[in-house]
Design a protein around this ligand. Structure first.
Ligand code: ADP
Length: 524
């Protein structure tokens, strides 16, 4: 005996059902000798399957696919033969049972299947009636019994599968981590899952029959509850925040999604309401907002401090610098060698401090300037930056090329500074090769992407983030002079123009590729 599939009816149950219908060996024998001999008749019946199914709009998805429709017809034909010829053993019936499950999977409803069956029966029974005049009734009865048995198995399997599916869906509904209500047209709760009960502090069975709007605390009614007419046709779903009452407690903020279910009847427009308690996330949000505010306030304070400190330090430092320079000029070579050395250290120190303070002052001023709204020509910006770098460019004979550059809303002084710092670095951090720098730009829709590519010493990828922090340098001052503020300044300028800046190794081999975006919209 062939293997019996896993999902099937108990053998005893099968035998019992056969006995209810009175299907026995005699019927099998009669059926085996009743199969209409002309294949053409069966084939023509099988081809009418499509006609039968096409009456149901939902069935079009199978029959419109000619491959599926032909397969169905072939299977139908094979089925006619086994239905008559058997063997009518357990495997045969279990297979019929599986067919019902399959119908459920593909959505072939019992009504369509039974309709098709009756359609075939009519054709086949007429034929049996013609071919077997003497004992037609016995044969027809055997066929009817077999058909009824078949239909009972397939429909049973169909509804069991349906039941399993509904059980699963109801479990999903019950165990949903969100609260879920289903209300009727009038907004009265008809179903409430476990979580909904937990959230509102009322057992789910006691929530049934309560209008959902009664659970709403002081907030306005959600739009899908304001009136119950067809005005919501084009607004089938609403999402928002409302306050819900909690029995014996304070109301809680809830994130709610309300949608109309596909109505089975026009008069019954049920709503599904899903909700979660967002007290926690609101608290986190508020904490985050407070922290962000605190951070930006302390940033503002720091900027203010850096500004005042560097600004106020300028004056005394100017004094120190000019007097040490005076000392150097007047006493160079007149005291001993140690004195010359000490004076030159003092002069150098004062100059460096002046540079540092100037850079710091520029850095602290970036965020304090007014909003950016005037379009500026980046070609002009670049030419000014190159002009400011003229000495370094001439000295190194740097070869600088660029793409055509656009106009964007921005702060002229800051953008000059940005290009100047990046190109200045590209020259400063050169190697022994002739300096080659290219400034490219690409339109990215809402923003422009700029890049400054050099063929210098490059930046190890592990330092790609670090170098944008203030005072971060990768080399000694003796090897490459600088204060470590340049890139921090670039970052601040780019961010103020709603952009981002980063560095990658140059795709050309040695060197770096600095890229940054600048928004086409007004930055603030
Ligand atoms: P500074 O140039 O004053 O040192 P920056 O903030 O401009 O400060 O740069 C920080 C560090 O990043 C530099 O000290 C250098 O190590 C590295 N750097 C910046 N630009 C380049 C570049 N084009 N090529 C290689 N290294 C660079």
């Amino acid at each position: 005996m062939a293997e019996i599939p896993a999902s099937f009816l108990e053998s005893d149950e099968l035998t019992l059902r056969k006995s209810f219908i009175g299907l026995d060996e005699q019927d099998s024998f009669l059926l085996q000798t009743s199969l209409p001999r002309q294949d053409a008749l069966l084939e023509s019946l099988a081809t009418t399957l499509e006609k039968h199914l096409s009456r149901f709009e939902e069935a079009h998805c199978f029959i419109d696919d000619s491959e599926v429709s032909q397969l169905l017809q072939r299977e139908q034909l094979a089925y006619f033969r086994t239905l008559f010829q058997g063997p009518h053993d357990e495997v045969f019936f279990q297979k019929r049972y599986l067919v019902g499950q399959r119908h459920h999977e593909i959505g072939l409803k019992p009504a369509w299947y039974i309709g098709a069956f009756c359609h075939y029966m009519t054709g086949i029974l007429q034929k049996i009636h013609q071919d077997h005049q003497q004992d037609a009734l016995q044969r027809i009865l055997a066929f009817v019994k077999m058909s009824l048995f078949d239909i009972s198995l397939t429909t049973e399997a169909y509804f069991r599968a349906e039941h399993e599916q509904l059980t699963l869906l109801s479990k999903v509904f019950q165990d949903n981590i969100e609260g879920v209500f289903i209300t009727d047209t009038a907004g009265i709760i008809q179903h409430a899952n476990k979580m909904s009960g937990r959230l509102v502090g009322i057992p789910p069975n006691l929530l049934l029959g309560i209008p959902f709007t009664e659970l709403i605390a002081n907030t306005d009614l959600p739009p899908l509850f304001i009136s119950d007419d067809n005005a919501h046709d084009d607004q089938e779903q609403w999402q928002g925040e409302i306050e819900l009452n909690r029995a014996g407690g304070v109301p809680f903020p809830a994130k709610v999604t309300i949608m109309f279910m596909d109505a089975l009847h026009d008069t019954n427009r049920q709503r599904v309401i899903e909700f979660t308690d967002i007290t926690e996330s609101k608290r986190n949000q508020a904490e985050l907002a407070a922290k962000t505010e605190e951070l930006s306030r302390s940033n503002r304070d720091l900027e203010q401090f850096a500004y005042i400190a560097s600004h106020d330090l300028q004056e005394p430092l100017r004094m120190v610098a000019s007097y040490t320079q005076l000392l150097a000029r007047r006493y160079q070579g007149k005291l001993d060698a140690d004195a010359d050395e000490f004076i030159s250290y003092a002069v150098d120190g004062a100059e460096r401090m002046q540079q540092l303070i100037n850079d710091l002052l520029t850095f602290s001023r970036i965020g304090t300037r007014g909003s950016i709204h005037k379009p500026v020509d980046i070609e002009f910006i670049l030419s000014r930056a190159l002009f400011n770098l003229k000495n370094a460019i001439d000295e190194t004979q740097a070869h600088i090329t660029h793409d055509p550059l656009p106009h964007i809303p921005g702060d002229t002084t800051q953008l000059i500074q940005l290009f100047q710092n990046l190109i200045g670095n590209a020259i400063k951090f050169r190697n022994q090769d002739p300096v080659q720098i290219h400034i490219a730009n690409r339109d990215k829709g809402k923003y422009w992407l700029f890049s400054v590519r050099d063929n210098g010493i490059g930046i190890p990828p592990e330092f790609a983030q670090q170098i944008f922090a203030i005072f971060q340098r990768l080399h000694s001052r003796q090897k490459y002079p600088g204060t470590g503020i340049g890139l921090a300044l670039c970052k601040k300028i780019v961010e103020r123009h709603n952009g981002q800046i980063w560095v990658e190794p140059s795709p050309e081999g040695s060197g770096s590729l600095f890229q940054f975006t600048l928004s086409k919209e007004n930055a603030s």
